[in-house]
Unconditional design. Structure first.
Length: 84
């Protein structure tokens, strides 16, 4: 199964970069018909993860993927699954 990975640790302080990278990785997954995207907002205070989940719940983004799984073993990781 093909998978893309996005680690947000390096850009966590820049809201525009976060949004740009999230858009890029979701678009790339759709374009290349990738089955899963792993997004790593990190553990921290949880604010970055909330930002990621709010982005993924936007109607125009939500229509692009099948479901979201939060990693039960690692709070700082989210999986976005696609059905193409």
């Amino acid at each position: 199964m093909a998978k893309l990975k996005l680690d947000l640790h390096d850009i966590c302080k820049d809201g525009r970069s976060i949004e740009r990278e999230l858009n890029r990785i979701i678009s790339e997954a759709v374009e290349k018909r990738i089955a899963m995207v792993e997004i790593i907002p990190g553990k921290g205070s949880g604010q970055l993860k909330k930002t990621v989940l709010r982005f993924l719940n936007r109607p125009e983004i939500k229509s692009l993927y099948h479901r979201i799984d939060k990693d039960s073993q690692n709070f700082g990781r989210v999986f976005v699954r696609f059905k193409h």
